[in-house]
Design a protein around this ligand. Structure first.
Ligand code: ZN
Length: 244
């Protein structure tokens, strides 16, 4: 108890980061109404779900899931958009904890050994100040009771954003952009790869391929926070037209 803090709260009650209504005692950042409006996927409850299916055929994962649907409208959009700015890391960690508790309770993520956030290129990380996926990973790992490995996997190429590229160009843009700096740290482990938003999955697949090439024998699962509304199945990596 801190009386000064209580008086301050009485004069300046903290507000919900999304709807701006004053928060009740003991509730921080997001009100219960907004939390209930989060459009959850519940994919983590089932091993074979639309997110797992996106990866199977491209990358051997045990299971995959997304916490919620990323809508282009709605009250949650701005908070995800703001992950990359100001104090967005706080919300990234908070949502990571909410998600991690669901993953833990599902029983489908019991044998995860280590959580690895998809790394940003060091230059991009310096420019942004942090990698939002690091904070999501921190929240998830806390609930799963495992460690986050921030250092073993690195992004060696500062590739351009995937958002403006065609499907075929997306594969090329992420080809061989990751490397493993510390193979012995992750050898033989079941790795949970974490990213913020899933569209095609090409970046995560590229990261898994690089790890697999350098440290064969790892197992993978994938947990992304948000599934993009324009998310769709990946095209074949080597389309027929390109073989000719
Ligand atoms: Zn609210």
């Amino acid at each position: 108890m801190n009386p000064l803090k209580d008086i301050f709260r009485l004069i300046f009650p903290s507000q919900c980061a999304i709807c701006r209504t004053p928060l009740g005692h003991g509730i921080s950042d997001i009100c219960l109404n907004c939390r209930l409006e989060l459009p959850l996927t519940y994919y983590w409850k089932k091993v074979d779900n639309p997110v797992s299916l996106k990866f199977w055929g491209h990358m051997p994962i045990e299971t995959g899931s997304a916490y919620f649907y990323y809508m282009n409208s709605g009250r949650w959009r701005s908070i995800i958009h703001n992950f990359k700015y100001r104090k967005g890391w706080r919300y990234a960690q908070m949502l990571g904890e909410w998600y991690g508790a669901e993953l833990r309770d599902s029983g489908n993520y019991d044998d995860i050994d280590v959580v690895i956030p998809i790394p940003l290129h060091p230059l991009k990380k310096i420019k942004r100040g942090y990698n939002q996926s690091d904070w999501i990973a921190k929240g998830v790992a806390k609930e799963l009771g495992v460690k986050v490995d921030y250092h073993s996997v690195k992004r060696k190429k500062n590739n351009i954003s995937q958002t403006q590229l065609s499907h075929d160009d997306r594969w090329e843009n992420v080809d061989d952009i990751f490397t493993v700096k510390n193979p012995s740290a992750i050898a033989g482990k079941h790795i949970l790869l974490i990213d913020d938003v899933l569209t095609t999955g090409a970046t995560i697949i590229s990261c898994g391929e690089s790890i697999n090439k350098i440290v064969p024998g790892c197992k993978f699962s994938v947990a992304v926070l948000a599934l993009a509304g324009n998310s769709h199945a990946l095209p074949p990596k080597y389309p027929e037209s390109k073989k000719e």
